[in-house]
Design a protein around this ligand. Structure first.
Ligand code: FES
Length: 117
């Protein structure tokens, strides 16, 4: 089983409710919605844009490139046009948000477009 990696303290979580980091080469986007934390791959499943630069409203992330919306809690694309986001396990331990990514490095299809090539 993959290890959990400390990402940021709950107390330091940004007011805009998004935080990004890299773990083992994975681009991780941690979001807070109604007090719950979620971690997803920071890559739109349509054409690989970063999602972290998009807006977050009412429990959904909007892709900045073409406007697809993804439900944060489930990762699914609202309207169903694209595949769901890849989610990562997340937990809170001693006030720290911790995320677990796969042991294997991300493949080309897992990376945001600026990381390809
Ligand atoms: S890259 Fe996200 S909607 Fe097209």
């Amino acid at each position: 089983m993959a290890d959990y990696v400390p990402v940021i303290a709950v107390a330091d979580f940004p007011e805009e409710d998004k935080h990004t980091c890299q773990i083992k080469g994975w681009h991780v986007l941690v979001c807070r919605d109604e007090g719950q934390f979620y971690a997803v791959n920071d890559r739109c499943t349509h054409a690989a844009s970063f999602l972290s630069t998009g807006r977050m409203r009412r429990g959904a992330l909007m892709c900045p490139l073409h406007g697809a919306r993804f439900e944060i809690a489930s990762g699914k694309c609202l309207g169903g046009a694209y595949d769901p986001l890849r989610k990562f396990d997340i937990r809170i331990s001693d006030g720290m948000i911790e995320v677990s990514v796969p042991d294997e490095a991300p493949g080309m299809m897992d990376l945001p477009m600026m990381q390809i090539g």
